[in-house]
Design a protein around this ligand. Sequence first.
Ligand SMILES: [Ca+2]
Length: 487
Amino acid sequence: MVLVVSAGSKESVGQHSDPVGQHTAPVAPVARKNVLFIAVDDLRVELGCYGQQHVRSPNIDQLASRASLFERAYCQQTVCNPSRASLLTGKSPDQLQVWDLPTHFRVHSPDVVTLPQLFKSHGYHTQCVGKIFHNWRQDEWKGDSVSWSVPSLLHYNSHGHDKPQVDGVLPANLASGVGGTECRDVSDEAYFDGRVATLASRVLRECADRESPFFLAVGFWKPHTPFNAPKKYWDLYQRSRIPLPHHLKPPREVPELALTSARYRGGEDSELLQEMHHGHLAAISYLDHQIGRVLGTLDELSLRENTIVVFFSDHGLHLGEHGLTRKTTVFELDAHVPLIVAVPGQAEPQRITAITELVDLFPTLTELCGFPNPDGLAGRSLVPDLRNSTDAIGATRFALTQTPRPNYPRGKPPIYMGYSMRTDQVRYTEWRKFDSGEVVARELYDHTSDHDETENRVKSLSGDQLKVLSEQLQQLVLSRKMTKIEK
Ligand SMILES: [Ca+2]
């Protein structure tokens, strides 16, 4: 292995930018652009526009064809609630003290300003259709009402409740039903996402009639399980031709803490694995079609010219790889996410290879719309990347993704925390006791030769190499803890 460890600079590791405009009077937005903020759930980087030619995602691909596609974007934590709380507040999970599903971000940060809330304070109409904030077991909150100008719609429910709604007799399920797979000849609107798209299109028309600009967040529930897309999306794929993973075992030399209990125990040719991937792809194509419907409405209303479109997933997923079937690891498959930003006036599409993070979305959108940032944001603006400026080229960047153990701590402090740093060439992870910070296990995956992360090579590092990586990670972790939430 040839491993190049770049020392980087402190400035690039600690990504806190200068506290521009903190607590200053709101400035008039430079341009009153609308924002269409599209969130999808559990979509790993598996789309046609990311090079996976087996995926039928023509609408997202078309969005990317006139936008900036971030090839190496990472989430802050690999499960819904902490990831979403983080990107929607611009804070890290450690700043928010949110690492599980039930804890609402306002428990520890009651006055934190969310991204849509900030837009609302600047005169925007802000509205939520579908899953944007966490969707379940936060009954006291049910989203975040102060973020929005009007009550949220279709935003709070359990994925398990996404049962087909049809008139008359329910068509048969042609899938096995294992793991929630469902293949029925029903309409798009039989399930949540079809109804989300219909409602979002209606809301867009209402927004077009308003004088104020809008921040419309549309949150789709797919391709999160259950894999229950209507039959016509299953029919887009020939099961025998769907590529399946070949590394179905945990990485060599992996510490047990890196894994989860959601194990896949079948073989490479099992029918379950084939059906799982088929259902997952059908869910992606179903999702893609709904996004196409919303973007079609945007075009129909001639709003594309003054609307920023953001598309991202909250985290990734395993489907047999590493012997795992879900999320809450800090492997690349869970940490790496699709991210596309379309800014009006962009002449040519571009693919941005710099390492970026979902927490960067907050300062990016405030800069694009001319708002000062709240205190203590964890991310950095991606506007230099969008403008392809020299500031963005050649900068050393790191992404920090974390996950606790137990992986669903349910309101209790984690016992361990896995902090994982993605550099240009490697993924370096430390598993630390949460109370003392003592490192109990380490991992290193060399992405120059092992993109699938099949072997933990941390033991191959020299003492000096390990020291550099460990110090970089420590700077990054501390930089995400040191800022205070405004009270
Ligand atoms: Ca999710």
